[in-house]
Design a protein around this ligand. Structure first.
Ligand SMILES: CC/C=C/CC(=O)SCCNC(=O)CCNC(=O)[C@H](O)C(C)(C)COP(=O)(O)OP(=O)(O)OC[C@H]1O[C@@H](n2cnc3c(N)ncnc32)[C@H](O)[C@@H]1OP(=O)(O)O
Length: 302
């Protein structure tokens, strides 16, 4: 199913670039419940978008229960929603958050990387690359309102944002914990972390697979602000106002200046990066590690 959805969307994107806008979610178009006048919703089943045209701000809410894992569908729908916002001059900023209580995102969907075909791995990895590139280089001000635990790919999404607000709950740790799964964070995950927290902190965090609770996360700079849980959204909106006070062209060019060299490293070798991922993920030892990890997650309940 995921393979079909991804292939269908990619084919449509290649053939008809102007048809990339997601259809409205039935029943969610129109004023948002409790959202006040002027707030409009669109998006897709797993990626909700609430827009406030008057403020020029949108909120992207990930909604892929139970844990907001980044399946191929989520990645694809996320990119399409982001592109729609970027193509609409009404919007200058977007807040990325979660609709799943207590979980920002459990990261890449492990079931997409386990026991599937080479073609599927290649399609999935290209989608991961695409979301990272889109978010990292977005012309919009992108702010993460992290309202839950945020390991691995969840942390990566946060790191691509211009600013990160984390809810002050000891359960909401954040970090690139790949080594704990017996896998390795790819070079561009590493680059994104290094650009945020510096080389030494990143090296220690990556080798040990550290997941930082809020106070630690703030101390090492993996997030910019920690606020009481019920204030995450309002804090993100306040920060947004500050960033939107800067003229777009100056801010956008500066963002590009800071980030393009990192992004270019991937852009120049996307296919090689996919090949590397294929070789890596197909190894028996890696597949075994992922299966063991998934089994542990599943058995936790039993
Ligand atoms: C080179 C590739 C790089 C990879 C980068 C990555 O992003 S790899 C993904 C790394 N993610 C993690 O390590 C997080 C794993 N998940 C958890 O630690 C917990 O699930 C979490 C997020 C703390 C939530 O805990 P909770 O107790 O609320 O839920 P539970 O663990 O019972 O999970 C519910 C069901 O979701 C499944 N699941 C969890 N995480 C993932 C995932 N990343 N991908 C796919 N599925 C995931 C879990 O197995 C449960 O499934 P079920 O069938 O209901 O038993």
């Amino acid at each position: 199913m995921a393979l079909m959805v991804g292939a269908r969307v990619l084919a449509r994107n290649l053939l008809r670039p102007w048809s990339r806008l997601p259809d409205a979610v039935p029943g969610r178009t129109g004023p948002a419940a409790g959202g006040g006048d002027g707030v409009r919703c669109f998006g897709s089943p797993r990626v909700l978008v609430e827009t406030d045209p008057a403020k020029g701000v949108a909120v992207i809410k990930l909604k892929n229960p139970p844990v907001n894992s980044l399946s191929l569908e989520v990645l694809t729908e996320f990119v399409i929603s982001l592109e729609k916002l970027e193509n609409d001059k009404t919007f200058r900023g977007v807040i990325v958050t979660s609709d799943c209580p207590g979980i920002f995102s459990a990261g890449l969907d492990l079931t997409e990387m386990c026991g599937k075909s080479q073609a599927h791995y290649a399609e999935y990895w290209r989608a991961v690359q695409e979301l990272w590139l889109r978010l990292y280089l977005s012309n919009l001000v992108v702010i993460a309102a992290i309202n839950g635990v945020s390991p691995a790919g969840g942390c990566l999404i946060s790191l691509t944002c211009d600013y990160r607000v984390l809810a002050d709950n000891p359960k909401y740790s954040i970090g690139l914990n790949e080594t704990l799964l017996g896998i390795v964070a790819p070079s561009w995950f590493k680059d994104t972390l290094v650009n945020t927290v510096g080389h030494r902190t990143a090296e220690r965090a990556l080798q040990l697979g550290l997941l930082f609770p809020p106070a630690e996360a703030l101390r090492v700079g993996i997030v910019d602000q920690v606020v009481p849980e019920d204030q995450v959204h309002s804090a993100a909106l306040s920060v947004m106002a500050r960033w939107l006070a800067i003229p777009d062209h100056a801010r956008q060019l500066t963002k590009n200046l800071m980030r393009k060299p990192t992004a270019d490293r991937l852009v120049k070798q996307r296919d090689a990066d996919i090949q590397y991922f294929l070789q890596f993920i197909s190894r028996d030892s890696i597949q075994k590690s992922l299966r063991v990890y998934l089994d542990k997650l599943r058995q936790k309940k039993g």
